[in-house]
Design a protein around this ligand. Sequence first.
Ligand code: PEP
Length: 257
Amino acid sequence: ETTRTPLMAGNWKMNLNHLEAIAHVQKLAFALTDKDYDAVEVAVLPPFTDLRSVQTLVDGDKLRIRYGAQDISAHDSGAYTGEVSGPMLSKLKCTYTAIGHSERRQYHGETEEIVNAKVKAAFRNGIVPILCVGEGLDVRKAGNQVSHTLAQVDGALAEVPAADAERIVIAYEPVWAIGTGEVATPEDAQEVCGAIRARLAELYDADLASRVRILYGGSVKSSNAAGIMAKPDVDGALIGGAALDPEEFVKIVRYRE
Ligand code: PEP
């Protein structure tokens, strides 16, 4: 039997400057206990400019909170003005980086090829990708959410060997549920998360598929987290808006209580 440690990851998006980040992480640190960390892995994804401050807190107090970036360059160095590289993130001891968030795909033109290159850049630098996939409203209305999302998984994992892929985290985030207050039903989340796991078994093998964590994201809050987490192929959540309130985020971490 495989036991996948649930992951609750807070995507702060473009919110909280470094002083606010310090205050926020301190609140999480005071609230969370070993009992919480033993049950659930807790991670925050702050803006790049906050990462050094978060690292200092986590290192200094040996906090069990993990952290990562919201994006990574496909390139390791060079003439890429404004980009932040994998070596820079790994120097800051980032565990994770989100890749291919719908806001990156929508507003920054991230194609399947770019997402694939960023996944490879993360692995090359020892950083675990939180690969974001999911359909828009038009695709959902046409009933094509599974094929659409699996095509994104295929694209992101092209030429990624099993030794890397076994470490990936995949977040199923239906675009129509992100920041809208309209959460997917647990059944909707399970349908696509289950299909993603089955595709991982096809692309690699059943053992690898059984070990990869698949998150749901889209208007998760403390009042709906338990219902979604009860589904067999949902191993955690990527949380946007609700993660900006430390008390609410801690309640989501304690979804079992
Ligand atoms: C997200 O940004 O990944 C997200 C799921 O946002 P929200 O929880 O606000 O819908």
